[in-house]
Design a protein around this ligand. Structure first.
Ligand code: LMR
Length: 330
């Protein structure tokens, strides 16, 4: 049996823990993990969210950003969100198919004519529905952030779809992207973003697809001799949190963070294309990589080669959604 004074001590300690001002004043910590560099549209968005959230809720909210897969990389980050080890992520839209097949729409090659069409679709009712479509899995979509369109790169010039034949391409964990490269009789390899540079350098893969900001910030241009401006699909993100975390926040904080996110989203989407142009210029200046532009007729060949991918995924995505996306092109 514990001596009386020990029991008394434990009771006092417990009381202190419950009312201790330092405990009560602990800020809410939001770990925001992502896989890209800080000087990219997503990296800048995460950092701006941190700045504005901490300014609005001093001492109450602390946001820790973890760029470059430094906390969790592809494959592990969603699991980390659902187990409460991180509170916010912004995976690319290609990485959601395990949770919501309809989000595959964003990867259908040559569906959206440009980023303006992507944004128009995202703010439509159908686009907004997708943000809310994973609640049953415990995931809440808070916003869409867009990077830019993807271009193909390789160590040989890709002018015609048949130039990709037999080449190994790194793809994100997406069945649509896997099918896209198979249509080109190329060999897709699903690979985490953090491994792409190494994969290209060592020759595990010959080529890949990404917007300029990711190419430059990961130094892919150092190991890719050619980039073809295919611009065949967007690279966008869904900013997500877990239902458990978000609904457990005090109302004023949740509402305040949602307002901040709306402002950050406008800024990210406004600045993304200029940032990609800056990185394109830097790649040209580096002199390592030749940028190939396609004539309308050449682009049409790529479109014809890749469009049959739509058929394969029409059932999972839904023709209604594809039609709505097409309407956003006008
Ligand atoms: C990729 O894996 O290529 C991209 O999704 C990385 C990113 O988040 O921009």
């Amino acid at each position: 049996m514990k001596p009386f004074f020990m029991k008394a001590l434990s009771v006092v300690a417990l009381g202190c823990a419950l009312v201790s001002p330092s405990f009560a004043d602990e800020p809410i910590v939001i770990k925001f993990s992502h896989v890209v560099a800080s000087d990219t549209p997503k990296g800048k968005g995460a950092d701006l969210f941190k700045k504005l959230a901490e300014e609005k809720f001093p001492g109450r909210v602390k946001v820790e950003t973890y760029p470059n897969s430094s906390l969790y990389g592809d494959g592990k980050e969603m699991e980390a969100l659902l187990t409460g080890n991180v509170q916010m992520l912004a995976p690319s839209l290609a990485k959601f198919s395990k949770y919501q097949k309809k989000i595959q729409i964003f990867d259908l090659p040559f569906l959206f004519e440009d980023i303006a069409a992507v944004e128009k679709f995202q703010i439509s009712d159908k686009g907004k529905e997708l943000l809310n479509s994973m609640r049953d899995k415990g995931i809440i979509g808070l916003a869409y952030w867009n990077n830019d369109v993807k271009h193909m790169s390789a160590n040989k010039p890709l002018r015609k779809p048949s130039d990709a034949r037999g080449l190994k391409f790194r793809v994100q964990a997406s069945d649509v992207l896997d099918a896209q490269f198979k249509r080109l009789t190329a060999i897709p390899r699903k690979m985490a973003f953090a491994e792409v540079y190494q994969g290209l350098q060592s020759g595990v893969v010959d080529g890949t697809e990404n917007p300029y900001s990711n190419v430059y910030s990961q130094k892919m241009h150092e190991v890719q001799k050619y980039i073809t401006e295919t611009g065949h699909a967007p690279l966008g993100y869904m900013v997500i949190t877990s239902d458990k975390f978000w609904s457990g926040l005090p109302d004023d904080i949740r509402k305040g963070l949602e307002e901040i996110l709306a402002d950050v989203t406008v800024k990210v989407n406004q600045e993304a294309q200029a940032l990609n142009q800056r990185e394109k210029d830097r790649i040209i200046k580096a002199g390592t990589t030749e940028i190939l532009t396609l004539t309308d007729a050449e682009k049409d060949e790529w479109r014809k080669a890749m469009v049959p991918v739509w058929k394969k995924f029409e059932g999972e995505i839904g023709t209604d959604l594809i039609e709505a996306a097409q309407k956003s092109n006008n």
